[in-house]
Design a protein. Structure first.
Length: 637
């Protein structure tokens, strides 16, 4: 079972060792991706298929999972662990017997079949017992309770051999089996018999239980219309955000807050509650809700100029302003960040004639199949595997996923260099804003230039937020291709692909002029979208770019300093109170860094009027006043 603990420690590194057996996976912070990793590991190593709902019901922690595997799994045995006994038939000889015409009609006595199967089972017993004893030894090193639990359910394989032979007789005689070793795929899962209150109370002291129940009562009363709306919507609306961070302890509070209106740094829900918003549209709303320069554009735009056929008049000027602000050369507009990254990768492969793409663990580049991969170290070489069901292996087979900031990643890139089309980088990962490996990124630039690969900056979060020229200016690195979104759309859905040195030319065939023999001579890639360059999006984008230009770099500088001051203030408080929490940031993006589950803290903040979204990244905007920031700090402290 060492593989399970190693996986938990890799994907949830902040879980204390003393808690790793009994603490529920969801309380550790495991999301659906972590649970799918566990699911795949169990299937590969123990030939046991688990359904994700089982992690919410019976297999809630590592101890329960190990117990389940001990009772139902079939450990995979390597060649060096099992020596074939010369007295037993080999796999090939069994196949020969089954296919031999001369033996097809032989009548074999039932007792002989039992003896043969019993001998086969007992022949593997020694190797399997050795394997399981090593597993038990590992568990004993973790906790005495874990060992006792496992020993209680562990049955020697010699006894299993006798039982299986007995079950063979039952099968041959048509007798129904009472409790098979492996549950069938169609068998209904056991129903959880605990009441909701008992589920929430597991592992809690009486004081903790009372505190939790009181918080749930207050929170659900304060937001009862949002909760009712969630119940009403669930049968028809499939919303991925509605179940993010599911835990039984907080299940009764897990529903989206339904908004009614917003202005500046504030928003109001349908229950009439007022919040200081530090979600800010997940990073979109750099200027607060309903900034005047955006509202003016939307109000003044003629209502009859919503055509999707003609090019919007704002598109060309928006592209020119993008060039002026970012230093890139040509641009194309998409409907989302996911689409922008898809186009960037396609352009890189077209330009280089290569297929492999390097990405880094912890980065997020949208939800297209070709970037939804996880590092797979199960073989002798590192490979990629799908991050989700529904994604075929072929979609991620050309991904190389490495550790961000690790010097060994540079050696891997150098080794595969001639096969790599591009290195795709989220310069500062939104979930790890404290990781800012400037020298590593500069080394990536040098390395990609030497190998003929392209460097792609995914600046969905950092673009226009950290600096007018984004992370390229902050790191002092010029990328070949960059993608933007969020801030630049002024609240509308948008993605932008930017390139230099002719890399954008495959979108339209390159530049050409009227009145001469020029033509779009560059081989094109497939690109398009009905709503690309949507009139309203182009209007708000142009207004945003004009505002950024008029305000200058001071806009970002001022906001970065405000966020830094908030971080310093809160971290001083946490240190003084000896709390294992800190604030980390990159510019005006910040988040809590902690080793324990702090979900209740976030619900307390929501109850006190600080709006926080499910993925727990926070943003300050130019609309946040000093009093707003004081309000947030006071509610946290």
């Amino acid at each position: 079972m060492a593989a399970l603990q190693a996986l938990i420690e890799e994907v949830l590194p902040n879980v204390p060792e003393k808690d790793i057996l009994q603490k529920p996976f969801l309380e550790m912070g495991a999301n659906s991706l972590v649970l799918m990793e566990l699911q795949k590991t169990v299937e590969e190593k123990w030939q046991l298929q688990l359904k994700l709902p089982m992690f919410f019901e019976e297999l809630t922690n590592l101890e329960a999972l190990i117990d389940y595997i001990e009772r139902h799994g079939k450990p995979a045995i390597s060649n060096d662990e099992v020596r074939q006994d010369s007295t037993l038939p080999t796999l090939s000889s069994v196949g020969a017997l089954s296919s031999s015409p001369s033996l097809a009609n032989l009548s074999v006595r039932q007792g002989e079949i039992e003896s043969l199967l019993t001998a086969q089972i007992e022949g593997a017993t020694q190797a399997l017992n050795g394997l399981i004893e090593r597993q038990l030894a590992f568990l004993s090193s973790l906790s005495p309770e874990g060992l006792r639990s496992t020993q209680k359910d562990h049955e020697p394989l010699s006894a299993k051999a006798s039982r299986q032979a007995s079950r063979l007789r039952d099968v041959q005689e048509g007798t129904p089996l009472a409790g098979t070793d492996a549950p069938s795929a169609s068998a209904p899962r056991p129903q959880l018999m605990l009441k909701p209150l008992e589920i929430r109370a597991r592992g809690l002291t009486e004081t903790q239980r009372e505190h939790l129940e009181s918080l749930i009562a207050r929170y659900t009363d304060r937001t009862k219309k949002s909760k009712a709306a969630a119940d009403e919507a669930r049968p028809a609306l499939a919303d991925s955000r509605a179940s993010v961070g599911f835990r039984f302890t907080t299940k009764e509070m897990l529903y989206p807050i339904v908004g009614a209106r917003s202005q500046g740094s504030k928003l109001w829900d349908i229950d009439g509650n007022e919040y200081v918003d530090i979600t800010m549209g997940q990073g979109v709303t750099l200027f607060g809700h309903h900034p005047k320069f955006i509202d003016d554009v939307l109000r003044d735009r003629p209502s009859d100029s919503m055509e999707l056929g003609p090019r919007p008049p704002e598109a060309a000027e928006a592209a020119k302003l993008l060039a002026e602000l970012t230093g890139m050369e040509r641009f194309t507009f998409t409907n989302s960040g996911t689409e922008a990254v898809m186009a960037a990768i396609r352009l890189a492969r077209a330009a280089t004639g290569r297929e492999k793409i390097v990405m880094f663990q912890g980065s997020y580049h949208g939800h297209a199949d070709n970037v939804m991969g996880l590092a797979d170290h199960s073989g002798s070489e590192s490979h990629s595997k799908p991050a989700s069901s529904g994604i075929p292996q072929g979609a991620v087979q050309d991904l190389i996923i490495l550790e961000y900031g690790d010097e060994r990643a540079l050696e891997t890139i150098k080794y595969y260099g001639p096969q790599i089309a591009a290195v795709l980088v989220e310069p500062v990962q939104s979930r790890r804003p404290s990781l800012q490996p400037i020298e590593f990124v500069r080394s990536l630039r040098e390395l990609t230039q030497s190998t003929g690969s392209l460097l792609i900056f995914d600046e969905m979060i950092t673009g226009f937020r950290i600096h007018q020229q984004g992370a390229q200016a902050w790191f002092g690195v010029k990328a070949d291709i960059a993608t933007y979104g969020k801030v630049v759309g002024g609240g509308m859905p948008i993605g932008v692909v930017a390139g230099r040195n002719g890399l954008m030319d495959p979108i339209d065939g390159g530049t050409w002029q009227f009145g001469d023999n020029s033509y779009p001579s560059v081989e094109r890639v497939i690109f398009g979208g009905t709503f690309c360059q949507h009139p309203l999006v182009m209007a708000t984008t142009l207004a945003t770019l004009r505002h950024l230009k008029s305000e200058g770099p001071g806009l970002q500088d001022s906001l970065n300093k405000k966020t830094e001051a908030l971080k310093t203030r809160l971290n001083a408080f946490f240190e003084e109170e000896a709390m294992p929490i800190s604030i980390v940031n990159f510019g005006s993006l910040f988040r809590f860094d902690f080793k324990e589950n702090l979900e209740l803290l976030f619900y307390h903040l929501m109850e006190k009027g600080v709006f926080i979204w499910e993925w727990r990244n926070y943003f300050l905007s130019t609309a946040h006043s000093d009093s707003d920031i004081d309000f947030v700090a006071e509610k946290i402290m």
